[in-house]
Design a protein around this ligand. Structure first.
Ligand code: GRG
Length: 294
């Protein structure tokens, strides 16, 4: 018999998490047809599924099976996918490629991309509402995801990033850290807290892990913008550098940015000491975030 709570090692744990999240989303849309549901499934397919993995793995660490946590993993991938679909639109980053494939507004059209993103955001909360867990953690997950995705989190970070493009002065390091904690970090931190939230357990260690991982992820993204191969990354690279935007690389230098990311990974792994060997896959995921090529 398969032990559902057995630890799964990387790299397989990531595509497996992606498969679980995508299947959960596809199942919830299976009675629908047409461009918007098709675009929604297209948008949640083909990513690294880091956030779904964090939700499932921190749930497993707290004795919550993948079957039960699947709705939380699917919910966070919905929010992440919506943010990418909207970020790629001409009014934002105006990108033609995402994950090596045409962006949703290129494959369909802008109206479909706006609606698919909107519907993915709504679906995230519907999926959380269907979580098979007591009301208190369910409401906690819904409330905190709304905060992480909204103007106190991802949308706020994105707005600050857009404002910085026309600001008189480039941002300084603390401002970039605060901006990225919202834009990229909030969803990653939320995903890392799915386990303790569902089990109503102590969140302190995974809060440090998630916050450090989120920042390390963004620094690695800035490094990839400079060093990455567009064919591997699956989208245009070098845009931030070409636009003269303040990034972790422009502020810390390439080696300084890599060192800062490595320090954050060490901090993230150290925070998990109380979980012992059972947290090894989460530690491997932290190392993967800075070693990734896409
Ligand atoms: C449009 C509301 C709104 C927000 C957009 C997250 C975001 C805010 C924009 C994405 C721009 C971007 C490339 C940010 C860098 C960090 C990031 C989220 C990268 C993509 O995440 P991955 O690498 O993507 O986990 P995959 O494709 O693996 O799912």
């Amino acid at each position: 018999m398969v032990d559902l709570l057995a630890r799964r090692p990387l790299p397989d744990a990531l595509p497996e998490a992606g498969r679980i999240a995508t299947q959960t989303i596809a199942a919830s849309l299976s009675d629908l047809s047409g461009p918007v549901p098709e675009a929604m499934i297209y948008a949640v397919t083909g990513g690294k599924a880091l956030r779904a993995f964090l939700a499932l793995e921190t749930a497993r660490l707290h004795g919550v099976s993948p079957q039960v946590a699947a709705h939380a993993a699917a919910a966070i991938e919905c929010i992440h996918a919506y943010s990418l679909v909207h970020d790629d639109l001409p009014c934002m980053d105006d990108d033609d490629l995402r994950r090596g494939q045409p962006t949703v507004h290129k494959r369909w059209d802008e109206a479909t991309a706006v609606l698919a993103g909107d519907a993915l955001q709504a679906l995230a909360f519907e999926l959380l509402g269907r979580l098979d867990c007591p009301d208190a953690p369910k409401i906690d997950l819904m409330l905190t995801l709304a905060q992480a995705a909204g103007v106190r989190g991802m949308v706020g970070g994105q707005a600050a990033d857009i404002a910085a493009e026309t600001a008189a002065l480039p941002l300084v390091l603390d401002q970039i850290i605060a901006l990225q904690a919202g834009k990229t970090g909030a969803l990653i931190s939320w995903a890392a807290l799915v386990g303790p939230r569902m089990a109503q357990a102590d969140q302190a260690a995974l809060r440090i892990y998630g916050d450090c991982l989120g920042l390390a992820f963004q620094i690695a993204d800035d490094v990839l913008d400079v060093t990455g191969d567009a064919a591997l990354v699956g989208k245009a690279v070098g845009k931030d550098a070409a636009a003269g935007k303040a990034t972790f690389v422009s502020l810390l230098g390439l080696d300084g940015a890599k060192r800062r990311a490595a320090d954050l990974v060490t901090q993230a792994c150290d925070a998990l000491s109380a979980y012992g060997d059972d947290a090894e896959t989460l530690k491997d995921a932290a190392r993967f975030v800075t070693a990734r090529t896409h």
